[in-house]
Design a protein around this ligand. Sequence first.
Ligand code: GLC
Length: 418
Amino acid sequence: MSRTEQARAILAANDRGGYTVPTDRLYPFQWNWDSAFVAMGWATFDADRAWRELERLLEGQWDDGLVPQIVFHAPSDDYFPGPDVWGIQRMPPTSGIPQPPVLASAVRFLLERQGEAGAERARAVYPKLVLNHRWWEEARDPQRSGLVATLHPWETGMDNSPAWDIALERVPAETRTEIRRRDTGHVDAAFRPRGIEYQRFIHLVDLFREAGWDAQRMFAQSPFKVADVGTNAILLRAERDLLALAERFGSAAECAAIAARIAHKTVVLSGLWDEALRHYLSRDLIGGTLIPVRTSAGFLPLFAGLHEHAGALAARLNGWASRGLALVPSTDPDAPSFEPQRYWRGPVWAVVNWMIATGLAEAGDPQTAALVRSETRRLIGQAGFSEYFNPVDGAGIGGGAFSWTAAIDLLLGEDQGA
Ligand code: GLC
């Protein structure tokens, strides 16, 4: 099988009927941001299936606009916490928190790629995207600061990033739900979040369930509240993509509202640049400070269209590469919290690389963009379609035959004509 055929075969094998699981067993449901990337991967060879992916994700959308992190389309015993722990009464069942909103960007990608043939499907999902972006503003930025708050590390998609360590310590480790982890039965525990982190993750789920999943109560009561630079950058990118869709499918009032949010968010996101660390940082909204740890999320303002510091960010990437590190480590390899094998505390993730490379190319740095892309291809070529990669020795870690890794490989393979 050629490499392209292998990547397509992974998507096909993980297809559960219009939606794609991230990988067999470890993640047996539909995950939000995985699906957005996976749809772009499907779009390289099957436009109809690509749209289905997003339509099935939107089957999980709540009336208030939330597009949840997980849609539990079919029962499975392989994952904890399942629908019973979330306790959300709807069909299909879902979790009760978001994930980084790549969705509008995926819709625009599919539409531009497919041209007129995709217009009807884009038009049909457009109002749901508008509702979702309003949800972000009302539920997560009630004071209109310009930055949305994250109330659970899982919402960032970068579950155990060291950027959350201090903020997470405010969350008690007691849980009312009995913890029955499944992940460590599928994958070596040394590569996964630690037990204490997991208890705090579940404490927050217990708290939100008891708040009835009411957005205002969750915002008011959560002991974990950060403005994640990754989520905010991805949302700003999504707002720009939504504006392009609104110009075609929306009203003048919608266009004006989105344009106003873009203007405000651009200014506020720029304020997450830290001159001492020369990196974009997340803000701890309870402690009131920038969180002084460089992570791969801090490169994502490039993807949002903030190009002012592209030179400094590219210099850091090139510096790491010249020391023989694979790009892009999820945590600064010089940080004390760096662990090259543990999930979001060091390993390289293909989807993050794809966003960073896109941002670098748009910022006018095709060389560093090409470096990040070729590094991603090299890692996947050597180690397979793993969930993530060790930046020190290039080993593939976590789950195998991973959907979003395959999707990114398809996108990058096209760029490189392979
Ligand atoms: C993990 C990752 C998250 C991803 C999910 C499914 O929870 O941290 O980003 O969406 O797995 O792949």
